[in-house]
Design a protein around this ligand. Structure first.
Ligand SMILES: NC(=O)c1ccc[n+]([C@@H]2O[C@H](COP(=O)([O-])OP(=O)(O)OC[C@H]3O[C@@H](n4cnc5c(N)ncnc54)[C@H](OP(=O)(O)O)[C@@H]3O)[C@@H](O)[C@H]2O)c1
Length: 365
């Protein structure tokens, strides 16, 4: 049997026969020839992981498709079952040109109410009103201009409203902004607290007399589950020291809960009730200021409520017979809901009330 000379074997990368006299058992196996086994093993295990990941994605997709109808039903949350009619009643909804507000307006118009849609962009408001009329030709909907980021606009709106509208049975403080970059309202308030809380606080103050004269009447304040993550930064309400758009939103939604609580206490005995609601996580335009939230909401849209589904708790609080004397409570999915400890503090609610009056230059006892 012939043996291959070492130099030739090296050139051909042919393994030497173990019988080669130059290779002893203790010497490493051909140190000049790279051992390809670890590389191949690594390649094999990487391929295995890719296959596992692909299989995992496949299984998750299959499960999602299989359970999609159940997921949708679960995500939709509770529907408002009350059949109450609102003929002869007047409703005012802020931010009614899109999202939850528009769906609330449509539902209440279908129940026979005169619905006044308060929108900062009347062109968008008229488009929404036209689409409501297309669905319900008898709908009594009208659009009025209201910019909650400007106290002059709020006062002008209220002045005209009180001159022209003689009854108000339901006020829905729905408009809101979320996670916008640091901006100030015309009056120098940070945008979230300015629009979501202070703007609605002033609007309610200006209209509460009419609500009392129209009693029984209801106020619905659209807050959020986000109130759980907020606290009122009395030392820096307008985030001048430091700003985080998420926390600013949470603070404003906590302010909504506290406002509803304190207002309910003050309206006790007037037959005007006020409750706050969490509409659910709703696929609306609310995320417009945050690219990450917009992407997340698109990817997980199957798990989110549609605006119509999101409007159900507002509609419930505005119309349900059984809530005629319920005030100062928080609702979600058409049921009483948990309120974070900071949202249950009467002391914080009273302090926020006083600070809000001070900021707006009003006296409201
Ligand atoms: N979507 C959710 O997952 C979710 C969850 C919890 C709570 N909420 C609350 O639900 C409410 C409605 O939100 P949405 O989801 O329906 O959002 P949306 O589709 O963005 O609607 C917000 C509405 O508020 C109006 N608005 C914003 N700034 C205003 C201002 N300065 N003056 C007057 N109107 C103003 C908007 O008008 P323009 O169209 O002209 O901007 C729009 O009509 C908000 O209070 C929000 O905090 C929503």
């Amino acid at each position: 049997m012939t043996t291959i000379p070492q130099s030739f074997a090296r050139a051909l990368s042919v393994p030497l026969r173990p019988s080669s006299p130059d290779i002893s058992c203790s010497a490493p196996l051909c140190p000049h020839i790279p051992d390809v086994r670890p590389e191949a093993e690594a390649r094999g295990s990487a391929q295995m992981w890719v296959l596992v990941i692909i299989a995992g994605i496949g299984v998750v997709t299959l499960l999602l498709l299989l359970f999609a109808p159940h997921i949708r039903r679960y995500a939709a949350g509770a529907a408002c079952r009350t059949a109450s009619r609102l003929d002869g009643k007047t409703v005012l909804i802020t931010g009614a040109n899109t999202g939850i507000g528009k769906e609330t307006a449509l539902d209440l118009a279908l129940r026979g109410a005169r619905v006044i849609m308060a929108c900062r962009d009347t062109e968008k408001g008229e488009e929404a009103a036209a689409s409501i009329r297309a669905e319900c030709p008898k709908a009594q909907v009208e659009v009025r201009e209201l910019d909650l980021a400007d106290t002059c606009s709020i006062r002008a709106f209220a002045q005209k409203f009180l001159r022209e509208v003689h009854q108000l049975h339901i006020l829905i403080n729905n408009a809101g902004v979320m996670m916008c970059p640091y901006t100030k309202t015309v009056d120098g308030f940070e945008m979230h607290i300015g629009v979501n809380h202070l703007g609605h606080f002033l609007l309610t103050y200006l209209l509460v007399g009419l609500l009392k004269r129209s009693a029984p009447a209801r106020i619905v304040v659209v807050s959020s589950l986000a109130h759980n993550f907020g606290w009122i930064r009395f030392h820096d309400l307008h985030s001048q020291g430091s700003y985080n758009s998420g926390l600013a939103y949470c603070q404003s939604k906590l302010a909504n809960v506290l406002f509803a609580r304190e207002l309910a206490r003050r309206l006790n005995g007037t037959d005007v009730t006020v409750n706050s609601v969490h509409p659910g996580t709703v696929n609306s335009d609310l995320t417009r200021h945050s690219t990450i939230m917009t992407i997340l909401f698109s990817v997980f849209s199957v798990f989110l409520k549609t605006p119509r589904e999101g409007a159900q708790t507002s509609i419930y609080c505005a119309t349900a017979e059984e809530l005629h004397s319920i005030s100062g409570k928080h609702f979600s999915d058409c049921s009483p809901a948990f309120v974070a400890p900071q949202g249950r503090s009467s002391e914080t609610a009273r302090k926020l009330w006083d600070v809000s009056c001070e900021q707006l230059g009003i006296e409201w006892d």
